[in-house]
Design a binder for this molecule. Structure first.
Ligand code: ATP
Ligand code: MG
Length: 218
């Protein structure tokens, strides 16, 4: 190798999947922490189309969740948002997300970022062997959910050594469920979600059952 020539290394891409209904600071801190700890070049936020676990409750329109994610991540040059799940017709499975991103970024190393609660359900995902072939998984701590359960440890023992890494991140006890509840009761969501997202929720009348009909007709 000649002097001054740099060694090409694979781009390291984080993938932060979520319903983001709405996106909140817990998501943003998780992505930022993993980016720092794993030396990621970029974190791609991927709002789900129709989340398979959430078919029962009405999820806000994909376009609203996509736009809130764009608003929340716009100021960070290392954060981007992908439409792969929003634009796919069928219900969202993580394996499809990763297959599509792998096709867009064939040479990148992918790191799928997930909270402690969602990590537990990895165990119920069908193609976990394929999942681990597509990406490494990073499970982050989340208040109210234990990262170090015996149940999880037992499963991790049966998986490839570096398939899943568990890390502690600053604790933010924020959930989208609580943000939706607050908005529906006219209580503040300031400082739980980015300012632009507060304004978007109010502009589009999200999470207000009384206004749902008007919004859908808008
Ligand atoms: P909901 O209450 O509607 O399920 P949520 O707050 O759990 O919403 P999701 O969109 O379901 O948000 O989560 C996307 C990902 O972000 C999941 O992997 C989840 O575990 C993780 N996550 C969400 N909130 C936090 C948090 N406060 N700290 C760490 N991880 C989080
Ligand atoms: Mg959730």
């Amino acid at each position: 190798m000649q002097k001054g020539q740099s060694v090409e290394r694979a781009r390291r891409l984080g993938v932060m999947g979520g319903t983001f209904d709405p996106i909140h600071h817990g998501h943003l801190v998780a992505a930022s922490e993993v980016a720092d700890r794993f030396g990621l070049d970029e974190v791609i936020f991927v709002p789900t189309g129709r989340p398979w676990q959430k078919e029962a409750r009405g999820v806000s329109p994909a376009e609203d969740r996509y736009l809130m994610t764009v608003i929340a991540t716009a100021s960070n040059p290392r954060f981007s948002v992908s439409r792969v799940d929003v634009d796919r017709e069928k219900v969202t499975y993580t394996v499809d997300t990763l297959r599509d991103l792998r096709a867009y970024h064939p040479d990148a190393e992918l790191f799928f970022i997930t909270g402690a609660d969602a990590l537990a359900s990895i165990l119920s995902w069908q193609d976990w062997e394929e999942l681990f072939a597509l990406a490494k998984f990073v499970g982050v701590s989340r208040p109210g959910f234990d990262l170090n359960t015996e149940h999880l440890a037992a499963h991790l023992d049966t998986m490839p050594a570096d398939a899943v890494t568990l890390i502690e991140i600053p604790a933010l006890a924020i959930s989208s469920t609580e943000c939706r509840r607050r908005a529906s009761e006219d209580r503040p969501v300031w400082y739980l979600v980015p300012d632009g997202v507060v304004q978007y929720i109010s502009k589009r009348n999200l999470y207000r059952p009384v206004d749902a009909e008007r919004r859908d007709g808008a």
